[in-house]
Design a protein around this ligand. Sequence first.
Ligand SMILES: Nc1ncnc2c1ncn2[C@@H]1O[C@H](COP(=O)(O)OP(=O)(O)O)[C@@H](O)[C@H]1O
Ligand SMILES: [Mg+2]
Length: 338
Amino acid sequence: MESEVVVAENLVKRYETFLRKGIIKRERKIVEALRGVSFTIRRGEVFGLLGPNGAGKTTTVKILSTLLLPDSGRATVLGYDVVKEATEVRKRIGVSLSVEKGFFWKLTGRENLTYFGMLYGLSGSDLKQRVQRMLEVVGLEELGSSDKLYEEYSLGMKARLSVARAMLTDPELLILDEPTLGLDPPSARLLRELLIRIAHDEGKTVLITTHNMFEAEIVCDRLAIINKGKIIALDRVEGLKRSVLGDITLEINAILPVRVSLGKVADELRIALGRDVEIEPEEEGARIKVILSPKEKELVTQKALETLYSLGAHIRRIEIKEPTLEDVFIELTEGEAK
Ligand SMILES: Nc1ncnc2c1ncn2[C@@H]1O[C@H](COP(=O)(O)OP(=O)(O)O)[C@@H](O)[C@H]1O
Ligand SMILES: [Mg+2]
């Protein structure tokens, strides 16, 4: 089995719209939604497309879902071309582009899923079992909500049902456009856990879009940052943070015994940590700064504290400054803003 589930190569998409000029006059306007988007998604990962509104996220997932044709470039899903072999692609993907779209308000969650299962060609005990299993996987069964009317569902339950529907045919790839949009924090959190479980326990590949950097950071294995129709960075979250912003800073404020000089502390720390240490006097003690990589975070912090304690220091404050994805995004898009 090939390990690449999605391959997008240089996707370009333009929309033609009209710009109002006064009451009647309108001017044709071309919106360049995608300006050459390329990425690959590997089997079993949660891949995120992160970007602000208007970046081109929905356009990208619509092309991969065979709902929209690209102007140029190509994309394959599980080896099938999304334009020339759209039927094959559709058989193998589950899509949720909008949490609430297409459900029947007067049917229960179970009845809704049963209806869609029939549309997808399932029937009999197969259908019944599949619906039951999906209600369990997304946690609606646990909530006792499987047999509640859809109109009584909270947005969080609707979001779960939408994921359940996308998974009905046991697709290899799930494509979810802003799956947590509008959810309250606890519901969003449950849904995020669900997505991670689906990928890591159920062996599915999951593509989500989001404008929420916190979400991208905790849910996605790998991430493409998209802005104005272009991918501006693509990596694992840790890699993105490091490549753009360098390392982590450990800062310790300590009170030192009178007999211990700053110079001695610096020397001891340099030996113990095997790296340069910045040290400055503060009113009652010292401020110590060390640069470290994500891997060494715990070990170096521990060694630094041990060394300071062994010198008789009192620790007043410890701060580990890590770049956030938000920092990365700002750094990457700086200068691009109008
Ligand atoms: N049907 C459409 N007609 C005209 N412009 C569109 C259409 N759909 C999207 N756009 C424009 O294309 C750009 C990308 O949109 P979209 O892919 O929806 O971004 P995102 O999902 O990241 O918010 C935006 O500038 C948007 O206004
Ligand atoms: Mg969108």
